[in-house]
Design a protein around this ligand. Structure first.
Ligand code: ADP
Length: 190
């Protein structure tokens, strides 16, 4: 069974994923693997160069701040980039999953599981939530950015109310992760 873990920025989804990983379950981190693929996947690198020009890579690494500046306020360009990256990540996830055929539960974590239709590759979805004020405080502290910067990132994501309707388990982390969280998840193990 493939379980997706999603949630807005600062919701605590990485914290939950780390806990699950520490319990011995395989967890695919879509943000991390997307970054790796954008640097290392030959086909994807070529496609990104076609979109932004050769110079968007320096020393074999994608210049992320430059990409961020180019796609900021350019929805069309951002969509084009996403349309290249998401299929590459999906393909990589399917390959990764093949290593774990004997596992009962494997996990895929990402902020954009619904937006990127990664939910179609999962059997269950866990939505991690926290109140907006708490998320803002956490991310300001974690990333050293302003309240306004956090808010602009939150505004770019589909609201939790909508995601909750499509999720199998919703975990609120305002008061920390519930102690019995693993029990709620392992019920899916057969
Ligand atoms: P996400 O991956 O959803 O953006 P993280 O798991 O990275 O969120 O959490 C964001 C920040 O908040 C991190 O610095 C993390 O240590 C902290 N954090 C996460 N969950 C909690 C919690 N339950 N209580 C307090 N701080 C938390």
């Amino acid at each position: 069974m493939v379980i997706g873990i999603t949630g807005g920025i600062g919701s605590g989804k990485s914290t939950l994923s780390k806990l699950i990983h520490r319990q011995g379950y395989p967890v695919y981190d879509t943000d991390k693997e997307a970054r790796r693929l954008q640097d290392e996947d030959a086909i994807l690198v070529q496609q990104i160069k076609s979109l932004f020009g050769e110079n968007i890579y320096a020393d074999g690494k994608l210049n992320r701040p430059a990409v961020a500046a180019l796609v900021f306020n350019n929805t069309e360009l951002l969509q084009k980039l996403t349309a290249l990256v998401h299929p590459a990540v999906k393909q990589d996830f399917i390959k990764w999953k093949g290593n774990y055929n004997s596992e009962d539960l494997i996990f895929i974590e990402g902020a954009v599981l619904f937006e990127g239709k990664f939910d179609l590759l999962t059997d269950k979805i866990i939505l991690v939530t926290a109140s907006e004020d708490i998320r803002i405080q956490r991310v300001m502290h974690r990333d050293g950015i302003s309240r306004e910067q956090v808010l602009s990132r939150i505004k770019n994501q589909i609201p939790d109310t909508e995601k909750a309707l499509k999720s199998d388990l919703v975990i609120n982390t305002d008061r920390g992760l519930p102690d019995d969280i693993m029990q709620s998840i392992v019920v899916w193990q057969h």
